[in-house]
Design a protein around this ligand. Structure first.
Ligand code: BES
Ligand code: MN
Ligand code: ZN
Length: 497
């Protein structure tokens, strides 16, 4: 879809050409200036009158009426030069692609070098461009018999730049991978629970494994019983759908060492179990496998980019249902680790299935652990819907993840786990642990509980209950699933040391 070329105005014939504009006079001197003189100064007039503006987020469509060449110029404002960041550029590009999508443009070009500064080089701009294209034009297909709009995609985007074409192509590829993998996660999360059971999730993972040549294993219920995964089995007890433990193995190093374990909560629907959710809170609980989707999205990106790392992905998958056989409050269960758990709340199911998955990951070589989960409503109260809650037992590992998240613009914020918190999750009178020691510090209790299973292995817990979905359409994607943490996990794995 992308073609990278040096600029040569003789050949430039396009339906649309995007030019970036900074605030201040000098930005008018380059390409914009060239078109301005070809159009007899019309563009500077339009700029004076405010039709063309360099303010961030402003996009002006100018029909050139030129007999040949470019039919439409899109002037894209991005504010002050010194304020441009990778993140802002992604947003600006997102808006541009939404504009093109609305206008049904299928052929277009972009003057990439007008979107760069000393701080954002052409390669970063190319990454931002490709990523923004896939994120901004994403749509969940849905199930309507008649679609109101046909699927949109650009057929051709010419990227003009003076930079090295091979390098720019490589950056466009990386950006595309980040964008597409995020969209794959979005689609998984947007898919309703009846159409994405644990078995469906496992089938999806197996396809992914085959496509990227990962070793894989799907643990069935009988195997879980044999191993003693009492926590995952307890959550599944009320369901007609069998549970699956999905395991993918990517080996990018000679030896199976320094393995990064990525563990994602895969609750395909959370009714709350016998601690049943009220009807309004149950809506959207199809998204309770957002952690699993983030891990699978990251594995897709890893399969494409093939970094020199070892990654073990472990996804416990089940729904949380009620029936005569379902687990109940007061039940005591034995986890794979041997630790016993008193179930105080069947709606605190995520930490139970993650407990067994984390133990399994450790038993299979994971030396570092990141778990991702739509774990608690509490994290939404604490941090809102634009910040992922993070908890850890290891500063150095957390720092690396934080750095990755700052690169991708997916905000994470740390919550503490103290000795007192650990005491609270150990507060059961009859078992080693209590899965729900009370409302105070909800999100922290979830993290602290999972931490009991990570033990001494460096570990970060990411609570994405607030960030996995959004109610608003944005420049980088519509309302619904966000695919959050796909990009951060990928960036983290790529740079991990
Ligand atoms: N899946 C929910 C958390 C959730 C809430 C995700 C809102 C997305 C949006 C989780 O399993 C849950 O029910 N958590 C309980 C925990 C409590 C019972 C200890 C909660 O947060 O209320
Ligand atoms: Mn729950
Ligand atoms: Zn849940």
């Amino acid at each position: 879809m992308f073609t990278v070329k040096p600029w040569s105005s003789a050949e430039v014939v396009h339906e649309a050409l995007a030019i970036g504009l900074f605030e201040g006079k000098d930005s008018w001197s380059g390409l914009a200036g060239e078109y301005d003189s070809r159009l007899g100064g019309q563009l500077s007039n339009l700029r004076k009158e405010g039709d063309i503006s360099a303010k961030r987020g402003r996009i002006a469509t100018i029909h050139t009426m030129l007999p040949t060449g470019v039919k439409r110029l899109y002037f894209v404002g991005f504010g002050k030069k010194e304020e441009l960041t990778f993140e802002r550029l992604r947003e600006v590009f997102g808006k541009l692609f939404r504009t093109w999508k609305q206008a049904k443009r299928t052929e277009a070009a972009i003057a990439l070098d007008t979107f760069t500064t000393e701080t954002v080089d052409p390669n970063e701009a190319a990454h931002a461009l490709a990523e923004a294209y896939y994120l901004a034009t994403y749509e969940f297909p849905g199930y309507k018999q008649k679609k109101s709009e046909p699927d949109y995609a650009l057929e051709s985007l010419t990227v003009y730049t003076a930079a090295d074409a091979a390098e720019i192509e490589a950056s466009l590829f990386v950006g595309s991978v980040y964008g597409k993998a995020t969209n794959s996660a979005r689609t998984l999360v947007n898919t309703p629970g009846n159409l994405l059971t644990a078995s469906d999730l496992a089938d999806y993972a197996v396809e992914l494994a085959k496509r990227y040549d990962f070793d894989y294993e799907i643990l069935e219920k009988e195997e879980m019983e044999r191993l003693g995964m009492g926590a995952l089995l307890a959550v599944n007890q009320g369901s007609k759908q069998p549970p699956k433990l999905i395991v993918l193995k990517y080996q990018g190093k000679e030896q199976w060492e320094n393995v990064i374990g990525l563990v994602g909560k895969g609750v395909t629907f959370d009714t709350g179990g016998y601690c049943l959710k009220p009807r309004d809170s149950m809506i959207d609980m199809k998204t309770d496998m957002g952690g699993a989707a983030a891990v699978l999205g990251a594995m897709e990106a890893i399969g494409e980019l093939r970094p020199e790392q070892n990654v073990l992905a472990v996804i416990p998958a089940t729904d949380n249902m009620i029936s005569a056989e379902a687990f109940k409050p007061d039940d005591v269960i034995t986890s794979l680790s041997g630790k016993t758990i008193e179930v105080r709340n069947t709606d605190a199911e995520g930490r139970l299935i993650l407990a067994d998955a984390i133990t399994y990951a450790k038993q299979h070589g994971a030396r570092y652990l990141i778990d991702v989960a739509t774990l608690t409503g509490g994290v939404i109260v604490a941090l809102g819907t634009d910040k992922t809650g993070a908890m850890t037992n290891n500063e150095a590992l957390f720092e690396q993840l934080l750095e990755a998240s700052m690169e991708t613009g997916e905000f994470i914020w740390r919550l503490p786990i103290t000795e007192k918190d650990r005491e609270r999750v150990r507060s059961s009178k009859i078992a080693d642990l209590n899965n729900s020691p009370g409302r105070e510090g909800h999100a922290i209790m979830g993290g602290a509980f999972i931490g009991e299973f990570a033990e001494d292995t460096p570990w970060v817990h990411l609570d994405i209950a607030g960030t996995a979905t959004t109610k608003k359409d944005g420049d980088l994607g519509p309302a619904g699933a966000t695919g959050v943490m796909v990009r951060t996990l990928t960036a983290f794995v790529e740079r991990f040391e």
